[in-house]
Ligand binder design. Sequence first.
Ligand SMILES: [Zn+2]
Length: 272
Amino acid sequence: MKLIFDEKVLDYQGTLGFKQRLICAYEFLKHHHSFIKPEIKITEPLVHTRELIKKVKERNFFNPDSPAYENIYNYAILALNSAIKAQEIQGFSLLEPPGHHAGKNFLGGFCYFNNIAEAVKQSNLKTLIMDIDGHHGNGTQDIFENDPDVFYISLHRSPLYPGTGLNSKNNILNLPLPADCGERIYLETLQKAIKKAQGNFKFKQIAISAGFDTYQGDLASLNLTKDSYRKIGKIIKKLSQKTNSRVFAVLEGGYTTNLGELIHEFTSSISE
Ligand SMILES: [Zn+2]
């Protein structure tokens, strides 16, 4: 998978204050991958209300989990367009701020605009969204609940921020998992979820909210290892071949210093 990246993000204040995470990941990944820069095609996302867009543009909001950083609108728009580029070329967007906690009319959890949701919306393709970040993507669920063109699966640690994602309904399949459950339980749950999604929904595209904070010792640890992300990538690859679907991925969380290696395992197993 090709990576979409722009060095402008290296000045970003960082998600949860982890300013180094992308710098380290980029330093590692540049020895293994080529990068493509995003183009700014969209400045007004379709998946958010005018009210939220205006708030972010004017930095007129207060949310302790999503600081009104200087130039936040420009960074959020850059990450949004990077996700759109990832959709177009079936790549991986390596930018932040992340997006899956941003809903139609709310921001939160260091997310301002929902990158993956906008890329899915712009693509006009029936899409299976797989959210493998360790936190529940409450924003993505909010945007696509009851949308006949999207099926959303989320595997996340519970109890944990934002406290949602305990129940499933219609096109939303939430699978809360206990802390440090480990790879075997994780992969079994993922396979079951995929089976259920396939039984309920015909899709042409798989969009991955790729968070790596499920890694052992990270903020939402499910005790996954480096090899687990390779296995998850292989499962996704197999599914895309079987269903003849496009695949793209967008970075969400993941705060360990070896984030780059985890992304490399994941993306290379999908393109192998
Ligand atoms: Zn997370």
